[in-house]
Design a protein. Structure first.
Length: 329
């Protein structure tokens, strides 16, 4: 077993969600209480870290890292699950961030609200998943995609950078495409998916302008699931609405919007972390504000103005506390 594989095995044994390697310090892992040193491991010298990374990444990715100064990909290790890998170059030397990609879990296994399962039955429109980095967006989106694949007979096309969770289904057709490998842009990938009569199109982290342009074309005829960075439902929607207004395209966003969920990971009782999920769904009042496109309009809407199944982040935390999953403060 290579030393990297040993690190990943230890990461699993301590229940960590992320491994961070850098020169001159011991390996760190992310726990519910923050970053902690990996037990039994000492500091890694820069030359030692490079010797571990170069053969694992391969010559093409190693060259990419030193040319672009950053690299994001998905790799494997013998006897280990797929790993989401991010490498950067810093003054001290290369740094490595690794997250384990397990098979997609059911929404209930992630402790996500039951009402999200209803999104699997939506035939067209725009569904957004947002949250800060490391909040579980990719897990939640993968879970929703897998549920659609298992419950509905759908033609599903994903456009990702890179392809992370692998999906399988006996009743659905699933095509996972990597940006820069199988398609050159989100717009071209979506156009190709529409030409192939896709029922569900999944986009991982498109830029706001690209998302608004794509939503105009795709969400009228297919279900468009998008993972976007952000903090909170309303701020993320406000940002996308501003991008739509700049394109004079607020009407399209209002017509296609179905729901947005915003995730925040909280320390879980007994170790690990659990997502609290804020949800906003479409309603007549929200549709009017989206169509109007004025800045700040969404922040003025009271909670009852949102659609069925909506819930605040505070309500989500109270429910997690009621289930005994988090500590009550």
């Amino acid at each position: 077993m290579t030393r990297l594989a040993q690190f990943v095995t230890k990461l699993d044994s301590v229940g960590g969600s992320e491994l961070l390697l850098g020169p001159g310090r011991p390996p760190l892992y992310r726990s519910a209480s923050g970053l902690l040193p990996l037990p039994g491991e000492g500091a890694i010298a820069g030359a030692e870290l490079e010797a571990m990374l170069e053969p694992w990444l391969g010559s093409e990715r190693w060259t990419h890292l030193h040319t672009r100064r950053t690299l994001a990909c998905v790799l494997g290790l013998p006897g280990q699950p797929r790993l989401r890998v991010r490498c950067t170059l810093a003054h001290q030397g290369p740094t490595l961030q690794v997250r384990v990609l397990d098979a997609p879990l059911a929404l209930s296994e992630l402790h996500l609200p039951a009402q999200l399962s209803g999104l699997a039955d939506v035939s067209k429109g725009l569904v957004l998943v947002t949250g800060p980095s490391g909040s579980g967006k990719s897990n939640a989106l993968a879970s929703l995609v897998q549920q659609i694949a298992e419950r509905r007979r759908r033609h599903i096309v994903t456009i990702e950078s890179p392809v992370e969770f692998l999906h399988h289904s006996r009743i659905s057709s699933i095509s996972q495409r990597e940006l820069g490998v199988h398609v050159t842009s989100f717009a071209i990938g979506v156009r190709s998916a529409l030409q192939a009569n896709a029922d569900v199109i999944v986009l991982a982290k498109p830029e706001d302008d690209a998302l608004c342009e794509i939503a105009t074309r795709a969400a009228h005829s297919a279900l468009l699931l998008c993972e976007v960075p952000g903090r909170g439902c309303v701020p993320t929607l406000e940002r996308l609405l501003a991008a739509a207004a700049a394109r004079s395209d607020c009407a399209s966003l209002a017509e296609t919007f179905v729901a947005i969920m915003a995730l925040e990971l909280l320390p879980k009782k007994g170790g690990g972390r659990v997502p609290a999920c804020e949800i906003i769904t479409q309603s007549p009042a929200l549709g009017i504000v989206l169509r109007d496109g004025k800045p700040g309009g969404l922040t003025k809407l009271p909670e009852p103005a949102f659609g069925p199944g909506s819930q605040t982040l505070e309500a989500a935390k109270l429910e997690l506390s009621r289930q005994g999953l988090i500590e009550t403060r």
